[in-house]
Design a protein around this ligand. Structure first.
Ligand code: TMP
Length: 214
């Protein structure tokens, strides 16, 4: 089986530029890398993403939101993630179930047991080999995200919501240190990348000698 790596964080922490950086490092280190995202990654998943993030139903119930995230995930696992891992490819995914714990559990205050039941049902024993959470205070994320396009349905939530999301992410890293880590994203891009590089080495995903060409 290939490696399964996921990147997480609240809005504005720099996921997009750091995903590119991680993909480059993985490829330099010899990984055959599949880059994908959640919600999304398949035709059905992208259609569900459109429904989840659009403003067509501002009052979507939290349970509907949770179930749609897992419906997209079931499709993504069946069509993209599991076949790639079986093919010994490395899957680099922009968000996964840790986002559900953070946003639907932390943000929407849904019962974590419901999430964990769905996780077991949809994923069986599969968990990412490494989840990197880019962590920064909500104000910093907001200020950076504010420079971009109009906010989607979830980005429109209040600061309290994102404080709870951030706290839930931090708790996940504390509970599962063997597979989830935080990288300080409040600093400049070069320093964030250094933090990511070190984690990829610490968790045995990339080999510094191979990257250095030794
Ligand atoms: P992004 O990938 O562009 O950050 O947008 C995805 C949005 O969906 C983001 O606001 C986080 C949210 N989300 C959840 O609420 N739960 C989930 O399980 C996932 C994967 C994403």
């Amino acid at each position: 089986m290939g490696k399964f790596i996921t990147l997480e964080g609240i809005e504005g922490v720099g996921k997009t530029s750091n995903l590119r950086y991680i993909k480059e490092l993985l490829e330099k280190s010899g990984h055959d890398c599949v880059l994908t995202r959640e919600p999304g990654g398949t035709n059905l998943g992208e259609a569900l993403r459109g429904l989840l993030l659009s403003h067509a139903d501002e009052n979507m119930s939290a349970d509907s939101e949770l179930l749609m995230m897992f419906a997209a995930r079931a499709e993504h696992l069946a069509k993209v993630i599991l076949p790639a891992l079986a093919n010994r490819q490395t899957v680099l995914c922009d968000r996964f179930t840790e986002a559900t714990y953070a946003y639907q559990g932390g943000g929407r205050l849904l019962d974590v047991d419901k999430i964990s039941e769905l996780e077991d049902w949809v994923q069986g024993e599969l968990r990412p080999d490494l989840t990197i959470i880019l962590d920064a205070p909500v104000e910093i994320g907001r200020a950076r995200a504010g420079n971009r396009s109009a906010p989607d349905r979830i980005e429109k939530e209040h600061d309290d919501f994102f404080q709870r999301v951030r706290s839930a992410y931090i708790e996940l890293a504390e509970h599962y240190p063997h597979r989830i880590c935080l990288v300080d994203a409040s600093v400049g891009l070069a320093e964030v990348q250094k933090g990511i590089y070190e984690k990829l080495i610490d968790y045995g995903i990339v080999d510094p000698d191979v990257i250095a060409g030794n």
